[in-house]
Structure formats: structure tokens, C-alpha cells
Design a protein around this ligand. Sequence first.
Ligand SMILES: CC(C)(COP(=O)(O)OP(=O)(O)OC[C@H]1O[C@@H](n2cnc3c(N)ncnc32)[C@H](O)[C@@H]1OP(=O)(O)O)[C@@H](O)C(=O)NCCC(=O)NCCS
Length: 186
Amino acid sequence: MTTPFEKVELRTERLLLRPARPGDEPDLFAMFSDPAVMRYWSSTAWTGIEQAHEYIARDSKVLAAGESLCLGIERMEDSRLIGTCTLFRISEQCRRAEVGYALGSGAWGRGYMHEALLALLEYGFSELGLNRIEADIDPRNEGSARSVERLGFKKEGHLRERWIVNGEVSDSAMYGLLRSEWPPRK
Ligand SMILES: CC(C)(COP(=O)(O)OP(=O)(O)OC[C@H]1O[C@@H](n2cnc3c(N)ncnc32)[C@H](O)[C@@H]1OP(=O)(O)O)[C@@H](O)C(=O)NCCC(=O)NCCS
């Protein structure tokens, strides 16, 4: 039997991936209220700390229900929560899930997300038995496209006007990664 989602902890060289918990609110708020982080996100930037409380409560519910594997990314060096990464829309029948992720802008450019996603995707393929993982990326979000391409994802399509966030209409570049393509070649 796989570990219940709320108990999953993944360690990498520099990071601990674990569920967000009370105490993480300031780090979550700093990240999700930052316009640079939220530029291509599927919802608008946070405006109040209560959204961080709601986020933690919601994550704990969906983790307990086994709906999504939503993990905070803690940097072990200073115990700060520098990001989040999630496997969601998990289909048991099709052994498929979608991946979502964000890093606080102060942590960009150091390979933290690459390191976190290597661990999360490995868990998805090996422990959860997934066969396919998808990513839906705004075509203008070059950093995010580089992140998934570095992991071996292939661009499979372009969906027009798929999102409307705060009145702004945007397209989706759809990426997919198969178990048979994992792990990525160095
Ligand atoms: C998408 C996002 C996570 C990418 O962040 P990132 O810092 O570029 O990604 P990584 O942590 O994997 O770091 C990779 C970068 O660090 C560099 N790097 C430095 N040290 C490194 C190391 N030890 N290992 C790997 N890469 C390293 C790489 O060269 C790369 O930079 P490049 O893309 O300019 O070549 C970040 O831009 C983000 O959070 N954006 C806002 C939220 C968002 O849009 N999420 C995606 C929605 S689809």
C-alpha cells in the first residue's frame, strides 16, 4: 500500500518536500502575493494572509482524501518554505496526473525546482504507478517551459484561449511525460 498522502515526505540533497502546515503562512503569503510569481498562474495574486490559512486547510483536506499530492518545498538549510509542487487531477484508471509548481522569486535560478520535481515525478511514476504526467503552461512562461523540458516533457499541443484570469485571456501549451521516458537523460 502506498503511504497516505498527508504522510509523504521526500528528501533531496537540499530540500524536504512535505505538506504545508501551520507556521508556513508567512512564506506562502510572500510567494503567492508576489506578482512575478503569479504572472502566469491560474488565479490572481493573494491579497491577505487569511488566504494562506485557507490554502493550508484546503491542502490538508485534499491530501487526506487522496485527491492531490500537494507538497511544500522546504529548503533544509534555513527551514524556509520556498515553493510548492503538486500532483493533481490524479486518474487511477488512466494512471495519469497533472503537475503544478511555484517557487518564491528569491529562489529562482538555483535549480531548486528541478531538484524538487525530480523527486516528485519519481514518486509519481514509482510509488503511485503513474504512466503519464501532464503540464499546462502559459506559452509566454519560458522559465516554466524550460523546467519541464529539462525533465523530458514533450510539447504536445497548443490550446487556444483556455484560461481567463482577472479578465486576461490566455492560451495553454500542453506538455506530457510518459513513464517510458523516465528518468530524463542527463
Ligand atoms: C517555473 C519556475 C519554478 C522555474 O524556476 P527556476 O528557478 O527557473 O527553475 P529551477 O529551480 O529548476 O532552476 C533552473 C534554473 O537554475 C539554474 N541553475 C542554477 N543552479 C542549478 C543547479 N544546481 N541545478 C539545476 N539548475 C541550476 C539553471 O541553469 C536554470 O536556469 P535557466 O532556466 O535560466 O537555464 C519559476 O519561474 C516560478 O515559480 N514561476 C512562477 C510560478 C509558475 O509560473 N509556475 C509554473 C506554472 S505552469
